[in-house]
Write a new protein. Structure first.
Length: 278
């Protein structure tokens, strides 16, 4: 029978929350994944480092930002009764989370963890049988922990997939913009960016510089992928051209920061942390 309390939830790509009712027989196993692993990465022996855009930390350190959780995530903990149950056929999952004692343990989710319309076989009574129902994989990992109004994480990239952390970046200085303009995969008018770039544009530049997202990127593949979102990026002499237009510039920088996605179920195109169609 299902557990009478609910500690396990999913955040969808549109930021709504669903509850995941578990059988009592598996509740402890799922809990241990989140709580035990969470305790191994956040404990009294770990030094807490306030995130300032620095990605380089040691094994015994963990980054954090002061972050108030969205109201619907908090309400999942305080009043889960009214929540809809997760539907693996129609719901597009972004994140799984377990909550206990007002501590939230988050795990990223992607379509590779969804066992749907696949021939999954398992060992059953001396032979293999086929899994007939849809299923999802709960990994042995915790990507972020929220406790006492702080979000803790080891990897910015993983934490940013759960909640947008770009607001914690400083806008790029003129010096950072000059460095950005030297990227061999881009053609950039640094002077235009310094004079016309708004705070959002300059924070996007800071994020690109800090994350090194373009280090192994292929400009031709980026241009092709952008076309899927009706986003046109010019390619001149093998370099991506950043236009001297605020809206186009902001859109392209958002794309380079991997803030676009295609809905798994509907195929609709979105920007991360936004319910607007791309």
């Amino acid at each position: 029978m299902p557990n009478t309390t609910c500690n396990f939830f999913a955040i969808l790509k549109d930021d709504t929350v669903r509850k995941i009712d578990l059988l009592q027989t598996i509740t402890t196993d799922i809990r241990n994944v989140f709580v035990n692993i969470g305790n191994s990465i956040l404990n009294d022996d770990v030094e807490e480092i306030l995130f300032d855009g620095n990605f380089n930390i040691q094994d015994e350190e963990i980054l954090y930002v002061e972050l108030h959780l969205p109201d619907n995530v908090i309400e999942a903990n305080t009043n889960p009764i009214g929540l809809q149950v997760l539907n693996l056929v129609t719901d597009d999952i972004k994140t799984l989370f377990w909550v206990e004692n007002n501590i939230y343990y988050f795990q990223n989710f992607d379509k590779r963890k969804l066992l749907q319309n696949k021939n999954v076989i398992f060992w059953d009574n001396h032979t293999f049988n086929k899994l007939e129902n849809n299923a999802l994989i709960v990994d042995n990992i915790v990507n972020a922990i929220h406790k006492d109004n702080k979000l803790y994480f080891k990897s910015y990239a993983n934490a940013n997939k759960i909640f947008s952390l770009i607001s914690f970046f400083e806008a790029a200085s003129d010096e950072v913009i000059d460095q950005f303009a030297t990227n061999d995969k881009l053609t950039v008018d640094a002077n235009w960016l310094k004079e016309n770039g708004n705070t959002i544009i300059k924070k996007q530049i800071t994020l690109i510089q800090k994350s090194n997202v373009l280090t192994n990127a292929n400009p031709k593949k980026i241009k092709t992928s952008a076309n899927k979102f009706n986003l046109t990026i010019q390619l001149v002499d093998g370099k991506l051209v950043l236009p001297n237009d605020k809206k186009q510039c902001k859109d392209i920088l958002s794309f380079l920061n991997e803030q676009y996605y295609i809905g798994l179920i509907t195929g609709k195109k979105f920007r991360t942390n936004s319910k607007r169609d791309a």
